[in-house]
Design a protein around this ligand. Structure first.
Ligand SMILES: *Cc1c(COP(=O)(O)O)cnc(C)c1O
Length: 382
């Protein structure tokens, strides 16, 4: 036996437990939005779409279910071809995943490991710390500004030799604030070309750029909220994530996608679980893309509700950051748990982040009204 061979196990009794990687030890668990606990109840805790699937989508899904004995199309060919046309990008720059949350994990695994750093804003999407830790890499969290925005200067300064990946979430989950063109481009210019930037645009469809639409001059250096897919074209280290879970209303089917140059797109194809995206999901996503007009009407209705809810909350005296997503954020600090409990008692579930605040999804009108009632009462009681 040579020294380089692993030594044989001795005849001592074997340890009883499987040895897991130490990196898994204190990984925070992903907290799903709580289901409602009452009879008349609304779930405003997971940023889901309150509407049923778009016209034609359910029929398409049912038809695809007729082939459940078959594996799905491994390459998601029809979906990616449709997306390539939709966004005018090469099909080789696209990768589908079982929700864009799966893609965040694949990206972390592709570029970061032990000793590497992953930079992201905090608070932001709760999957980032999880996927970073699973990859064995180290999280570097950069606090949001007092205005609940990404502090992009501080994030650029947090990049070191060890940084391999930066997550940028716009609009940011859970605060709803979107990043404008000037600051985002200046940030991207500062990131070294060998560091991957993932721009997570899960809520892109809900962005309404009032400052540019109303002709009001943008804030200094601000400008409109850019479309990541336009930015990626000139930037080989930028990967954009989109999902069918939010505006498109297909959260239950698990399908999202990435737009990135090679070799990032190729890495996503390599790290995907084979046949992960079901045929039902692929076909429903294609049908949803073809239902663009109906999608836009629904998104417009939710955006209108968002404005109504935000204005009503502001009128009650709350500070509400300008949300460009399908939710609003209330920074409640120590009162977070009490507020969430009051909502639950009234028949609406919201998403509390203990000690920080609550994220409230914009839902059906009655649900939003119920929420506004709780918020008003809570305010009076403080
Ligand atoms: C909801 C969400 C996603 C992805 O959701 P999937 O259902 O996995 O596609 C990704 N990023 C952010 C910030 C989200 O809020």
């Amino acid at each position: 036996m040579t020294a380089s061979q692993p030594s044989r196990r001795s005849s001592q009794p074997a340890p009883r437990q499987v040895r897991l990687r130490a990196a898994l030890e204190d990984i925070p668990t992903y907290v799903p939005g709580r289901p409602p606990a009452h009879e008349v109840a609304y779930k405003l805790s997971s940023n889901e779409n309150p509407y049923p699937p778009l016209p034609g989508v359910l029929e398409t899904a049912v038809e695809a279910a007729g082939s459940l004995n078959r594996y799905p199309d491994l390459h998601c060919s029809r979906l990616l071809a449709e997306l390539a046309e939709h966004h005018r990008v090469p099909v080789g720059h696209l990768a589908a995943g079982t929700g864009s949350v799966a893609l965040t994990g694949q990206l972390a695994q592709s570029v970061a490991g032990p000793g590497d750093e992953v930079v992201y804003a905090w608070r932001s999407f709760e999957a980032y710390p999880i996927v970073t830790q699973v990859a064995g890499a180290t999280s570097v969290r950069v606090a949001l500004t007092a205005g609940e925005e990404h502090d992009l200067d501080a994030m650029a300064e947090a990049i070191t030799e060890r940084t391999r990946l930066v997550f940028v979430c716009s609009p940011n989950n859970p605060t709803g604030v979107a990043i404008r063109r000037g600051p985002l481009e200046r940030f991207l210019d500062r990131v070294p070309g060998d560091v991957l930037v993932v721009l997570d645009e899960a809520y892109r469809e809900f962005v309404r750029d009032e400052r540019s639409e109303t002709g009001v001059p943008p804030a200094e250096g601000g400008g409109s909220v850019p479309d990541g897919i336009e930015l990626y074209r000139e930037r080989p280290n930028l990967c954009v994530l989109r999902t069918f879970s939010k505006a498109y209303g297909l959260a239950g089917l698990r399908v999202g996608y990435a737009v990135a140059h090679e070799p990032v797109a190729a890495a996503l194809r390599k790290t995907a679980v084979p046949f992960g995206v079901s045929q039902i999901a692929q076909d429903a996503a294609v049908a949803s893309l073809r239902s663009e007009a109906a999608l836009m009407r629904r998104v417009a209705a939710l955006v209108e509700e968002r404005a109504r809810v935000a204005e009503a909350l502001a009128a009650q005296g709350w500070t509400v950051p300008e949300s460009q997503a399908n939710f609003v954020w209330l920074r409640l600090g120590e009162a977070t748990a009490d507020f969430a409990a009051a909502c639950e008692k009234a028949g609406v579930t919201v998403r509390p982040f203990p000690g920080d605040g609550v994220r409230i999804t914009i839902g059906e009108r009655e649900a939003n009204d119920l929420l506004l009632g709780v918020a008003a009462e809570f305010r009076r009681g403080r």
